[in-house]
Ligand binder design. Sequence first.
Ligand code: IPE
Ligand code: IPE
Ligand code: MG
Length: 242
Amino acid sequence: MRPSPLSAPQIPRHVAIIMDGNGRWAKGRGQSRSEGHRQGAKTVRMAVTRARELGIGVLTLYAFSSQNWARPGDEVESLMSLLVEFCESERNLLLDKQIRFRVIGERSRLPALVLAAVEALEQVTASNEAMQLVVAISYGGREELVAAAQSLAREVAAGRLTPEQVTADSFRAHLWTGDLPDPDLVIRTSGEVRISNFLLWQSAYAEFVIEPIAWPDWTEADFDNCLVQFAGRDRRYGGVAP
Ligand code: IPE
Ligand code: IPE
Ligand code: MG
């Protein structure tokens, strides 16, 4: 194992990654976008392994957005098959390394086969405590906020909650991320400087690192370098620097 670039207290509790650039990576090689996603899946294995080695508590990966359903059918299909393959091929790694797998997103939009595969992996890893791997599939931050608002509205309509009890804390509890800590660090590969509907509530005070490298080419050394950048940031949460 490569030595850790940071001391244990400097390691972020929650790292979230917008895994971007698979399509451009493939296009640059005259290959199909699906081939780019296939290569990207290999980087996922590296990121999960490295996060676990470094003692990161939660790793969230943005795999498929609510808006990605609008992509061409064959690309969506290949992404869905890759997700099912991932659940099978990485099962032993997650069990070996004591990693709990969870999915956030609009579960009702997932094809039955995908839903079955992710729920089976959630169940079999449910008691693992060394790290949580959260995969955002059919995920959108706005969709999540609307779902939370609807769920709170139902509670109020049923008389179980007063409007005044709708607070930042009760709102947070209704998000798909529920009990997870907010991300400390959000990384986006492939150079785009935008959030693309990812963890809108949760990233309120996250640090952002934009990597120029496409996801399939992203390495362990690049991951370490993002963490070093994070450790150099001065987080103020609206306060004043000491
Ligand atoms: C990220 O790569 C993977 C998904 C969004 C599913 P893209 O497919 O967005 O690749 P680019 O951004 O078009 O290069
Ligand atoms: C964000 O990337 C979604 C995922 C990485 C899964 P996109 O490629 O879909 O975002 P835009 O279109 O560049 O904003
Ligand atoms: Mg993209």
